[in-house]
Design a protein around this ligand. Structure first.
Ligand code: DSN
Length: 423
C-alpha cells in the first residue's frame, strides 16, 4: 500500500501526520475554494519547495555568504532574483522575506525609525495589519495614520488621501490591501507621496499575479518599493519578495538580512523561481485575465441574485459581499458555506457596525477556481450555490447545505486541481 501512497516515506515514518496531509489533499480537491488570497501551486512548485535545498544555511546574498558550500544555492537565488526583475520590470529584487508581514517590517526598518508617522489603509476598510494598524507592531512601534474608502461608493477617495498625507507627512505611505475589489491608481498615489515627501510602498500581495499577467496596471514606474507575497494570485510557495529601484537596493537588502532575518528558506526560493518562470509564460497571461473575467462574471451573477457588493462589483480577483440585507452575519454565512463545500472567509465591510470577529461580510475571489479551469460560464452556478447556502444559513436548513455540497463535489471532480492527485 505504501508504494502507491503519494507520500510513502511520510506514511511509513509518521502515519498520523500522513493522514492529515492526505485528508487536506482530499479537502482541497473536493471543495470550491473561494478565499481570494489562496491558490493551487503547480506540481513543479510543490516539488521545488520540498527539496534538499532546505538542508542549507545561506545567510547573506549570492556571492556574499557567511557559510561555504553555496555553489548551487547561489544559482537558485540568483535565478529567482533575475526572474523577478524581468517579470516585474524592476531594478532590484530581494526574494528572501519569509512572508508578507516580515517583508513589510523590513520596509519599516529600511526607511523609518520607531515613533515615525506611517500611513496606510485601515484594516477594516480593506488594508493590512502591517500598514500601521494598531494591534500590529507596525501600529504600536510607529504612529499609524489610516485612510479608508468613501461611504457612498466603497472606493478610495484620492483627494482625502492627499489631504491626510499632506497634513501628516508620513515617512512611509502604503497603498494596496487585502479586501480591495477595485484597481489601485499607483500614479495618483505617487503624486501624493511626492508632495508629502513619503516613501511609497505598493503592497501588491493580492494582485501580483494579475500584474505579472498584465491584468492590473503595474506599480513599477511609480513607487519606491513593491512588496508582495508569492502565494496568492502569483501561484508560488508561501513566501515574499521586495522589489525596488536601484537607489533603495542596499537599504532593502540590509533590512531583510541582517536587519530582520537569518538564513533564507532556500527551498522556498526555489519554489519562487519556478513560479516566476511559470508566470512569465503566455498561459499565465491567459490565467490572469481569466481570473478577472471570472470575478466580473461572478459579481454580475451575485448582483443578479440581490447581493450587495462593496463598491458595486470588482475590477480584479476579489469580491467583498455585505450580507446585512440578507439578514445573515458574515461568520454564520461563512460557516454554512464551508459545510456546503464552499470555502470563504468572513470579513469586515467598510464602516461595519459589527465586530471584526463577527462582521457583516464575506470575502471571495476567483484565483483558485480559475486554476482548476472554471470559466465565466460556471459563475452563475457558483452564485446560485452561494445564494442557496446563505438562504439555508438563514433558515438553519442543513439538508440544503448537504445537497449543495454534493453538487460542488461533482463539479470539482470534473476539474482536477494543479498539484493534487486526481480525485
Ligand atoms: N492573510 C492575507 C489575506 O488573506 O489577504 C493577507 O495577509
Amino acid at each position: 500500500m505504501s508504494a502507491n501512497h503519494r507520500h510513502p516515506a511520510l506514511l511509513s515514518t509518521d502515519p498520523e501526520l500522513a493522514s492529515f496531509v492526505t485528508a487536506e489533499e482530499t479537502l482541497q480537491a473536493e471543495t470550491l475554494r473561494l478565499i481570494p488570497s489562496e491558490n493551487y501551486v503547480s506540481a513543479a512548485v510543490l516539488e521545488a519547495s520540498g527539496t534538499v535545498l532546505q538542508n542549507k544555511y545561506s545567510e547573506g546574498y549570492p556571492g556574499r555568504r557567511y557559510y561555504e558550500g553555496q555553489q548551487n544555492i547561489d544559482r537558485v537565488e540568483a535565478l529567482a532574483v533575475e526572474r523577478a526583475k524581468g517579470l516585474f520590470g524592476v531594478d532590484h529584487a530581494n526574494v528572501q522575506p519569509y512572508s508578507g508581514s516580515p517583508a513589510n517590517l523590513a520596509v519599516y526598518l529600511a526607511f523609518a525609525k520607531p515613533g515615525d508617522t506611517v500611513m496606510g489603509m485601515a484594516l477594516p476598510m480593506g488594508g493590512h495589519l502591517t500598514h500601521g494598524w494598531g494591534v500590529s507592531a507596525t501600529g504600536s512601534w510607529f504612529r499609524g495614520v489610516q485612510y479608508g474608502v468613501r461611504a457612498d461608493d466603497g472606493r478610495i477617495d484620492y483627494d482625502e488621501v492627499r489631504d491626510l498625507a499632506l497634513k501628516e507627512r508620513p515617512k512611509i505611505l502604503f497603498c494596496g490591501g487585502t479586501a480591495l475589489p477595485r484597481t489601485i491608481d499607483f500614479e495618483a498615489f505617487a503624486s501624493i507621496a511626492a508632495e508629502a515627501g513619503s516613501i511609497l510602498v505598493a503592497d501588491v500581495a493580492h494582485i501580483a499575479g494579475l500584474i505579472a499577467g498584465g491584468a492590473h496596471p503595474s506599480p513599477a514606474d511609480h513607487v519606491d518599493v513593491i512588496s508582495t507575497t508569492t502565494h496568492k494570485t502569483l501561484r508560488g510557495p508561501r513566501g515574499a519578495m521586495l522589489m525596488c529601484r536601484e537607489e533603495h537596493a542596499k537599504a532593502i537588502d540590509k533590512a531583510v538580512f541582517p536587519g530582520l532575518q537569518g538564513g533564507p528558506h532556500n527551498q522556498t526560493t526555489a519554489g519562487i523561481a519556478v513560479a516566476l518562470h511559470e508566470a512569465a509564460q503566455p498561459s499565465f497571461t491567459a490565467y490572469a485575465h481569466a481570473v478577472v473575467a471570472n470575478a466580473k462574471a461572478l459579481a454580475q451573477a451575485l448582483l443578479g441574485r440581490g447581493f450587495d457588493l462593496v463598491s458595486g462589483g470588482t475590477d480584479n480577483h476579489l469580491i467583498l459581499m455585505d450580507l446585512t440585507s440578507r439578514g445573515v452575519p458574515g461568520k454564520v454565512a461563512a460557516k454554512a458555506l464551508d459545510r456546503a463545500g464552499i470555502v470563504v472567509n468572513y470579513n469586515t465591510v467598510p464602516f461595519d457596525p459589527r465586530k471584526p470577529f463577527d462582521p457583516s461580510g464575506i470575502r471571495i475571489g476567483t484565483p483558485s477556481l480559475t486554476s482548476r479551469g472554471l470559466t465565466a460560464a460556471h459563475m452563475p452556478v457558483v452564485a446560485d450555490w452561494i445564494s442557496r447556502a446563505v438562504d439555508a444559513a438563514a433558515a438553519s436548513d442543513e439538508a440544503a447545505l448537504t445537497v449543495i455540497r454534493s453538487e460542488v463535489t461533482t463539479l470539482m471532480s470534473a476539474h482536477p486541481a494543479p498539484g493534487l492527485p486526481l480525485s
